[in-house]
Design a protein around this ligand. Sequence first.
Ligand SMILES: [Fe+2]
Length: 230
Amino acid sequence: MKFDAIAPGVYPELIYPEYKSTLRRGPVQSALRIVAPVPTTQNIAPSPRILLPHDMDLTAHGEGEPLGEKIVVTGRVLDEDGKPVRDSLLEVWQCNAAGRYRHKRDQHNAPLDPNFNGWGKMMTDDEGRYRFVTIKPGPYPWGNHDKAWRPAHIHFSLFGNVYAQRLVTQMYFPSDPLFDYDPIFQSIPDLAARQRLISRFSLEHTVSDQMLGYEFDIVLRGRDATPTGI
Ligand SMILES: [Fe+2]
């Protein structure tokens, strides 16, 4: 079954020529339905013990404060009926304020920050809410085409409540001038669906004089699903 049969235009084109690597890796045959060998309705229920002390504060991984704008990101993970997805594991990863990932394949001519790794994880609470503190990531060049720069974004992995729900997506920031030029963002056909990838500035979640707040809700399925597979 194609994703489009569920929510037209919400999921990215698997082969989107402007996003060049999809030409090499995009599937050329239809997807097959897999009969799962294990129950897919069973809650993963990961133990909170897998969380390390600073997993929810990406600014606390070094000996000092990382460079850049400290922010807090929060939101709720919901199913297609708007019900909270509780006790669910989320992982996030991102580049630093200068637009550099701590990864050997990232050779972008921008500095690494000794006080910033760029990864974290957390669990949703009874309301399906997650929250983490980080540094606002910078845009970075990625070589897809001339002047190809990614809009600032944070990668999310969501396990949902069962293994078969595991999804990845990207969160963006409001009013980024690079949206119109980014083939990854544009590979999602539906305009309203693309907008659901953009976080909202939140005065409510802004913390006094410490950091601005951004809110990003994630809907796993259904008409209001957050685009995933990006
Ligand atoms: Fe990225």
